[in-house]
Design a protein around this ligand. Structure first.
Ligand code: COI
Length: 355
């Protein structure tokens, strides 16, 4: 695989610079875009299957002004991370889950989707081709971003005639500017992230622009991010703009049930398994906002976010504070997850995939 990858990269304007260490301050990585060397691209027609993609140099792509994705938002994205271990090995975390989630989303948005094998292979190729951008162990990861878009032109509202699957990557550190400090969340009452029967349960690009206003208002007021309530009762917690949420009370760890409005996070799923292994009772259910008042701990999970403790939640002008010295369960779950990734805790479920 390595030599065919090299061939692929060499045939796409390979530059000798690609062997040099990039000029990156690995100790201060945030979640900003850094343009890396290569991207992967594969196209197919409306009633076809994806066949063969290829690596090319990272750069702009050409799209018709009437592309389905530009006009009607026919697009999905994914996020997964490649990590470097002490011994130099490079690993991915459950990339098949992202592939399956993209397939689900593609069905919802009437798009063809890559097979699990094609998806994982493209993610591996993109990580390998950009391996000089994978941060040293413990400094962050290479965030790999697959996209599936309706790239064919269309005027009337209908599925596009052509689809593009594209994968690029950027080195990242902490998602929030708070770093690993606890988040201060604001409970949004005017806007909702998703509605019943909508596309909140899949990673449609259309779920993300509508929350920008709520996020920017909350950030202006000093909050880290926004916690959304369900749009029917305006009472049950759903998720944060970029991550899922968990609450702990005693030995019970709860998270909102998957019901079409909650994104089925890969980290969410993994934390539920790890918590069960550690003896917690894990519940996926409806969680009224009032339960946050006397929760012992609240934390968020996501690929970009990782496991992020919540220090406060502000709802209807009241600030609920969580004593940070009690946030040890989220810490414990997070260390186990990181331990599995680093190879120091047994990966009994085969989550980690070596490239
Ligand atoms: C991720 O966690 O990978 C996401 O896709 C969230 C995104 C808003 C950065």
């Amino acid at each position: 695989a390595a030599s065919s990858l090299q061939d692929a990269c060499e045939s796409s304007n390979y530059s000798p610079m690609d062997h040099e260490n990039p000029d990156v301050d690995w100790n201060n990585l945030g979640f900003g875009l850094m343009q890396t060397d290569y991207m992967y691209m594969m196209k197919c027609g409306k009633d076809e299957e994806f066949k063969q993609g290829q690596m090319s140099r990272y750069g702009s792509i050409e799209l018709s002004p009437s592309a389905g994705v530009l006009n009607y938002g026919q697009g999905l994205f994914e996020g997964t991370k490649a990590y470097r271990r002490e011994d130099g090995g490079v690993f991915l975390f459950r990339p098949q889950e992202n592939a399956l989630r993209m397939q689900n989303g593609a069905q919802r948005l009437c798009m063809p989707s890559p097979s699990v094998h094609q998806f994982v292979d493209a993610v591996k190729q993109t990580a390998l081709a950009n391996s000089r951008w994978i941060p040293p162990p413990g400094k962050g990861s290479l965030y790999v971003r697959p996209l599936l878009i309706g790239s064919g032109p269309i005027l009337g509202l209908a599925p596009a005639s052509e689809y593009t699957f594209l994968v690029y990557a950027s080195p990242v550190g902490n998602y929030f500017k708070e770093g690993t400090a606890p988040l201060n969340l604001y409970v949004e009452e005017e806007f909702h992230r998703a509605t019943r029967g909508g596309a909140g349960g899949v990673k449609s690009i259309s779920n993300y622009a509508p929350v920008l206003k709520a996020i920017s208002r909350a950030r202006d007021r000093g909050f880290s991010d926004v916690l959304y309530l369900d749009s029917v009762n305006k009472r049950n917690i759903e998720e944060v703009s970029s991550c899922n949420i968990f609450i702990l009370k005693g030995n019970v760890l709860s998270t909102p049930a998957i019901n079409g409005t909650i994104l089925e996070g890969v980290t969410r799923k993994s934390i539920m398994d790890i918590a069960s292994d550690l003896g917690y009772q894990v519940e996926e259910r409806c969680i009224p906002i009032e339960e946050l008042i006397d929760a012992d701990e609240v934390f968020c999970t996501g690929t970009a976010v990782g496991v992020a403790p919540v220090g406060s939640i502000t709802y209807k002008g009241n600030r609920i504070e969580y004593r940070m010295n009690t946030q040890f369960v989220s810490q414990k779950l997070s260390s186990r997850l990181i331990g599995i990734l680093r190879g120091v805790i047994e990966d009994k479920r085969g989550w980690v995939v070596q490239i």
